[in-house]
Write a protein that binds this ligand. Structure first.
Ligand code: SF4
Ligand code: SF4
Length: 324
């Protein structure tokens, strides 16, 4: 035990010493002989962590091929762009005074999948790439099956954010959890950390890669998508900025979704456009959140699939969706 402690201490000291070393010293330790070579070496580093020094500009921590953690000036790393562009900054700030919240009424979902289609269209996803999906749920053979739309839960205590080594994914003051794909290094720690399986990895080139190539990347829309990075539900932050309901909420023909501001205690149904009190809706219908025991504190609430207005029929043609 004591030996392990001493070993860790020695390793930490070693890292610390390396961090404090001059750039010249670093180049020597990493076996790199010049600045030109450093750019190439940085490209093969196993990972990096950036941090903003209060007084000394921006630095990144990188892991060398011989497993040493070193800190170097951001401009030394090939492809790394110090600072944030305007849309990156705006996307991190969120909308002042708001606390966005979504309610999903399971008694009304009949797997119309209009929410999924609208989301995929807005975010340039393929039919098998999901920010939101409807799952078939059945607790036991004696209980009835039902459909459950599942987006990112926009947790107030999001484990995905705390594991990200480069601050690419973050929680905004208005409650939305987003990803900056200019920063994401595709390590997929966040996928492993999310208990709701809400994130997806872009294994392929984005579906509209050619058409989107000149578009400025917008964190709030996550377009253009980027191969080798993560994406997930964004609560349609670009629509919220325009004072509109999210794509999925507006597209549902069956009144499944409510969306609104917890600070105002008001949510609006995406189909009927009726605005109701959030607290009363949850109280009167037994609202609940997924896996509360984890302490993630989701901003998505569910209303139970009681008094369902549709029978469960997985094979029913989806075009016959009712308008309530
Ligand atoms: S649902 Fe998963 S991805 Fe979304 S905020 Fe929570 S932990 Fe993060
Ligand atoms: S994959 Fe996830 S954890 Fe890794 S850098 Fe990207 S957002 Fe962060």
């Amino acid at each position: 035990m004591g030996g392990k402690k001493n070993k860790n201490k020695a390793e930490n000291t070693d890292i610390q010493q390396t961090l404090e070393a001059s750039r010249r010293d670093f180049l020597k330790k990493a076996g790199i002989s010049g600045a030109a070579v450093l750019s190439g070496a940085a490209a093969v580093l196993a990972g990096y962590r950036h941090e903003k020094s209060k007084n000394k500009g921006e630095f990144v921590k990188v892991l060398t091929t011989d497993n040493k953690l070193v800190k170097i000036a951001a401009e030394e790393v090939e492809g790394y762009e110090p600072g944030l562009k305007e849309l990156q900054k705006r996307g991190r700030e969120g909308i002042p005074g708001k606390k966005w919240v979504m309610i999903i009424d399971l008694s009304k979902c009949r797997n119309a999948r209009k929410c999924i289609e609208a989301c995929q269209s807005a975010h340039h996803l393929r039919p098998y790439e999901y920010h939101i999906n409807t799952l078939v749920m059945q607790e036991s053979v004696n209980t009835p099956a039902y459909f459950m739309p599942k987006p990112c839960q926009h947790c107030d205590n999001p484990p995905c954010v705390s594991v990200c080594p480069v601050d690419a994914t973050f929680k905004r003051q208005d409650g939305v959890v987003l990803i900056d794909n200019e920063r994401c290094i595709g390590c997929r720690f966040c996928i492993a950390a999310c208990p709701y399986s809400a994130r997806m990895f872009h294994w392929e080139e984005p579906v509209n890669a050619q058409a989107d190539k000149d578009k400025e990347y917008d964190i709030e829309l996550n377009v253009p998508q980027k191969k080798g990075t993560i994406s997930k539900c964004l609560f349609s932050s670009d629509r919220l900025r325009e004072n509109q309901l999210p794509y999925c909420v507006s597209a549902c023909p069956n009144g499944v979704y409510y969306f609104g501001d917890e600070n105002e205690d008001a949510v609006t149904n995406g189909t009927t456009k009726e605005t109701v009190k959030l607290s009363e809706l949850l109280k009167q219908n037994g609202g609940y959140r997924l896996m509360p025991e984890l302490g993630t504190q989701p901003r998505v609430y569910y209303l139970p699939p009681k008094n369902r207005i549709f029978d469960f029929d997985q094979d029913k043609p989806r075009e016959e969706d009712l308008i309530i």
